[in-house]
Design a protein around this ligand. Structure first.
Ligand code: SF4
Length: 219
């Protein structure tokens, strides 16, 4: 099915108003009843435990650059392409954090601590939880990824902090997506592709889009 920007932006605008109405206190109660305490096992950052893709938004990239004196090229790469245009350019939405050849995040240390812990992205600071509009529901639900720390005692203060982060993350994700789509001038609709990332992107020109605009990368 072809992707249509106007439909997608209208859908996102409905979602952002629903996300805005989320009650932090109600979410915190749910989090306490689920329970969570980080065990510092580092599994969420490693490839052996499944998908450890970390999407990076422009503000997150800037924070890591400023705090750690890094260039984007040292820790960012294009996400998986979404579509190919008429002249064969692959288009990606957002950047992802680089991983070692093992697949592990480049920022995890041998002792399972994170080199950028204070500036870690939304996805890391809210793991193993995320909010999702499941099965077309109008209100986002709290979802839980696999994690050894789930089910452990969580106090109310920690739950409130996490609930605020989860709501902030969802609002940031939707806002970023709307801005990205608003910037996609000239590509009003397209046929999504399934790109075999195992073969790499050698020989392709890649356009990476985010809320700040677009950058071309040529091999
Ligand atoms: S940035 Fe830190 S917390 Fe996030 S995946 Fe990498 S090591 Fe883990």
């Amino acid at each position: 099915m072809r992707f249509n920007i106007l439909d997608a932006v209208n859908d996102l605008k409905v979602k952002i108003s629903m996300a805005d109405k989320l009650s932090i206190n109600e979410m915190a109660k749910q989090l306490v009843s689920i329970g969570f305490e980080c065990m510092w096992c580092g599994e969420c950052c490693r490839a052996r435990s499944g998908d450890n893709t970390v999407i990076l938004f422009p503000d997150e990239i800037r924070l890591i650059m400023d705090s750690h004196g890094m260039t984007p090229n040292e820790f960012c790469e294009p996400s998986i392409p979404q579509f190919m245009d008429d002249i064969g350019i692959l288009h990606c939405f957002e950047w992802v954090q680089k991983r070692h050849s093992s697949g592990d995040c480049i920022f995890i240390r041998a002792d399972n601590t994170c080199r950028i812990y204070q500036q870690r992205p939304w996805i890391c600071s809210t793991y193993p939880f995320f909010l999702s509009f499941t099965n077309g529901s109008a209100k986002p639900d709290i979802m839980v990824s696999e994690c050894k720390g789930v089910g452990r005692l969580m106090d109310e203060d920690d739950a409130l902090k996490l609930a605020k982060l989860l709501k902030g993350r969802l609002l940031a994700e939707i806002t970023e997506e709307i801005r990205l789509l608003d910037n996609l001038e000239g590509f009003e609709d397209w046929e999504p592709i399934k790109f075999d990332s195992g073969k790499g992107y050698q020989g392709y020109t890649i356009a990476v889009h985010d809320s700040c605009g677009m950058i071309y990368i040529t091999d």
